[in-house]
Design a protein around this ligand. Structure first.
Ligand SMILES: [Zn+2]
Length: 392
C-alpha cells in the first residue's frame, strides 16, 4: 500500500478513505442527497448512512433543504460546513517560514511567521514542528478536523515523490521534505514549488476560479510561472515547466545575471530594476512604489524602465497565451500592485498579436488580489488540489 493510502487510512475518522470520498463528493457537487452519494461513490446505502451520521454528529456536514421527490420520500441534501474542516499551509523561504490555518474556503483563521534559525533541513524541521504545534494550540481546533498540510517551497520540486530536488534559495538538494514532515507532524503532507502553489491559490481562492487554463506569473524574489491546464497543474516530467525567467525575450536586451541578455527576469527582478535606476540617475530609490511614483510625476528614467518592463512582460504574456491557448494570465507578486500601469497595456498587446495573426479568442490578464497572503494560500491550495484529485 502506498504511503499516501496508508496515511489516509489512519484511525482518524476524517482520514479514512471512505469518509474522504464522501466529503470530496459533497464538496464537488455542492449539495448531495444520500442516494446520489451512494451512486457516485459506489458505496452501499448502509455505509453512506453510517458515515453521514458520524459527520453530521461532528458538525462537518449539515442537512439542507428538501430535494425534488421522484414519487417516494423527498431526499434531504447534505452540505459541507466549510468552516469545520481545515488545511494547514506552510511556506518555506530562506528569510521566512510562514504557517497558516485555513478553512476550506481559503479563509486564514490563524497564521504565524518567523525567520528560521538554521537552513539545515533537520534543524529547520525541528523548529517548524514547534511553531506548528503552538499554532494548533492557539487555534483551538480539533486535530481530527484537519485534512492535511500543504508546503510551498521555492525551488524545483518532485511533488509526486514529495522531494525538493534543488533550491538555490535554501541551498537544499534532494531533500525528502514531505516524508520528513509527515513523520514529524503526523498529517498527510503535499509539497509543491511556490509559483505552482500560488497558481493553485488563484484557482481555488483567487481571480482564476472560473478559468480552466491559465498561467500565474510570480514576480517577487525571481520570476517563475505556475501553469494550470484543464484545472490541473502542468509541472512537466522534471518539475521544470513554467521556468520562464531566463528565456531571452529582447534581442540585445539588458544583461542578465545568468549571462544572457534580454531575459524576463532582468526586467522584473526588483533589485536589478532599482540598481538600473541608480546607475542611470545617481539617485537611490528604495522600492517599486517610489519608482512608480517617479514615473507618474514624469521622471523620464523611471518611465523608460517601466516601459521596458511592460514591453517585455507583454511578450511573455503573448508568448504563453498563444503557445498554451490560455484563457487568462494572472500577474502575481510585487508588480501586481501596479494594475493601472500593466493590465490595459498587456491586454492590448495580446489582442494586437491575435488580430495580426488572425486568431480570435477570449483572453484576459488580471493582477492577483490575494495580496500578502498569496503564498500561504498557495500552500493551502496545494493540499486542496490534492485532496480533491485523489489517486485512483
Ligand atoms: Zn537570465
Amino acid at each position: 500500500m502506498s504511503k499516501e493510502k496508508r496515511v489516509l487510512n489512519s484511525t482518524s475518522l476524517i482520514r479514512s478513505f471512505n469518509v474522504v470520498s464522501v466529503l470530496q463528493t459533497i464538496y464537488r457537487e455542492g449539495a448531495c442527497s444520500r442516494t446520489k452519494l451512494a451512486e457516485i461513490t459506489k458505496m452501499s446505502p448502509a455505509t453512506i448512512t453510517r458515515i453521514t451520521s458520524e459527520l453530521l454528529e461532528q458538525g462537518i456536514i449539515t442537512e439542507h433543504g428538501i430535494g425534488q421527490s421522484n414519487g417516494g420520500r423527498r431526499p434531504v441534501f447534505l452540505k459541507l460546513s466549510y468552516d469545520k474542516l481545515y488545511i494547514i499551509g506552510i511556506q518555506i523561504r530562506r528569510d521566512q517560514v510562514a504557517l497558516g490555518l485555513s478553512d476550506l474556503k481559503g479563509k486564514l483563521m490563524s497564521k504565524s511567521a518567523y525567520s528560521p534559525y538554521s537552513l539545515e533541513p533537520n534543524t529547520l524541521v525541528r523548529e517548524l514542528v514547534q511553531e506548528f504545534n503552538s499554532l494548533l494550540e492557539k487555534a483551538k481546533v480539533k486535530k481530527e478536523h484537519i485534512l492535511g498540510v500543504g508546503v510551498a517551497i521555492s525551488g524545483i520540486v518532485d511533488s509526486n515523490r514529495g522531494v525538493l530536488l534543488q533550491s538555490v534559495n535554501l541551498g537544499w538538494r534532494d531533500v525528502k521534505i514531505a516524508e520528513i514532515l509527515e513523520d514529524n507532524l503526523d498529517f498527510p503532507v503535499v509539497v509543491e514549488n511556490d509559483a505552482n502553489a500560488a497558481a493553485l491559490a488563484e484557482l481555488w481562492f483567487g481571480g482564476a476560479q472560473k478559468a480552466s487554463n491559465f498561467l500565474y506569473l510570480k514576480t517577487s524574489a525571481g520570476v517563475g510561472a505556475g501553469i494550470v491546464y484543464d484545472r490541473k497543474l502542468l509541472t512537466g516530467p522534471r518539475g521544470m515547466a513554467g521556468e520562464i525567467g531566463h528565456i531571452p525575450l529582447q534581442k540585445n536586451g539588458r544583461p542578465c545575471r545568468c549571462g544572457q541578455r534580454g531575459c524576463l527576469e532582468t526586467y522584473l527582478y526588483l533589485p536589478d530594476v532599482l540598481k538600473r535606476y541608480q546607475m542611470e540617475t545617481g539617485q537611490e530609490i528604495k522600492d517599486c512604489f517610489e519608482l512608480f511614483n517617479k514615473a507618474r510625476s514624469g521622471d523620464p528614467v523611471a518611465n523608460q524602465i517601466l516601459e521596458e518592463l511592460v514591453d517585455t512582460l507583454s511578450m511573455a504574456v503573448s508568448l504563453s497565451g498563444g503557445l498554451l491557448d490560455l484563457d487568462m494570465v494572472v500577474i502575481g507578486g510585487i508588480w501586481a500592485n501596479f494594475k493601472e500601469l500593466l493590465i490595459d497595456r498587456l491586454e492590448r498587446h495580446f489582442q494586437t498579436v491575435l488580430a495580426r495573426t488572425g486568431l480570435h479568442k477570449k483572453f484576459s490578464v488580471i493582477c492577483s488580489t490575494l495580496g500578502e497572503d498569496s503564498d500561504l494560500l498557495g500552500a493551502v491550495g496545494i493540499f486542496t488540489q490534492k485532496w480533491l484529485t485523489p489517486p485512483i
